[in-house]
Design a protein around this ligand. Structure first.
Ligand code: MG
Ligand code: ZN
Length: 221
């Protein structure tokens, strides 16, 4: 059975959280409101979609300056080699992101990964006003903007074993729905608290070595 690697973007493929950095940079002076929203999301009072909608109301940015700012960041240089090795083995790789199309598309293209499938939330810019759109909103979840569980179910239905790779609380639904979880950061802590089996990983260099047989990232925890 081939594997489908569903990879979170911010904090996973990109070592830093580009989406959060954009929100912070372009909502200057609104720190208290931003932090309150994050706290409500962490406490599961609001879903990620609702948090993004509220965050975007705090933003003042046009598309060009958002993209220019996002280009200060880059992705893990081992991600593209990892992806190509997995493709060569007949596996699938997809980016599943609760971040935004504007920088996910750009960063993947800059890494030579234009043909890698990805799903993220969308930002619509009108002057310096920003409105989010959620093309992958799943009513059966109701909380996420782009629920990663639906992608896990979709790949499994197509005959793949689903491996979720992530670092954060926006990966929770995906982790519950996946066959295997590779986690770091807050996702790893959450998996341990919730009893969701997860194997720790450090970076795509680990996972690349694993693909070459040096270790098995998919063995039981
Ligand atoms: Mg993340
Ligand atoms: Zn969800």
């Amino acid at each position: 059975m081939p594997d489908a690697f569903l990879c979170d973007f911010d904090g996973t493929i990109a070592p830093q959280d580009i989406g959060a950095a954009i929100v912070q940079r372009f909502s200057a002076g609104r720190d208290a409101e931003r932090r309150a929203l994050l706290d409500r999301w962490r406490g599961e009072t609001i879903g990620h979609r609702e948090m993004i909608e509220a965050e975007c109301r705090l933003l003042e940015a046009d598309e060009a300056e958002t993209l220019e700012f996002a280009r200060r960041f880059s992705i893990d240089p081992e991600f593209a080699p990892f992806t190509r090795e997995r493709w060569a083995r007949g596996d699938a790789v997809m980016v599943v992101s609760e971040g935004f199309d504007v920088y996910v598309r750009d960063q993947l293209a800059r890494a030579g990964l234009e043909r890698l499938p990805w799903a993220a939330n969308r930002l619509r810019f009108e002057g310096r006003r920003v409105t989010p759109e959620f093309p992958f909103y799943d009513p059966s979840c109701g909380g996420c903007g782009n629920c990663k569980a639906q992608h896990a179910r979709g790949w499994r239905a197509r005959g793949y074993r689903v491996i979720l790779i992530g670092d954060g609380l926006s990966d929770r639904c995906g982790a519950r729905a996946a066959d295997r979880v590779l986690a770091r950061g807050e996702l790893l802590d959450w998996c341990r608290r919730e009893g969701v089996a997860a194997r720790p990983f450090e970076s795509f260099a680990d996972l690349g070595r694993a693909a070459r047989g040096a270790l098995d990232p998919l063995s039981p925890v």
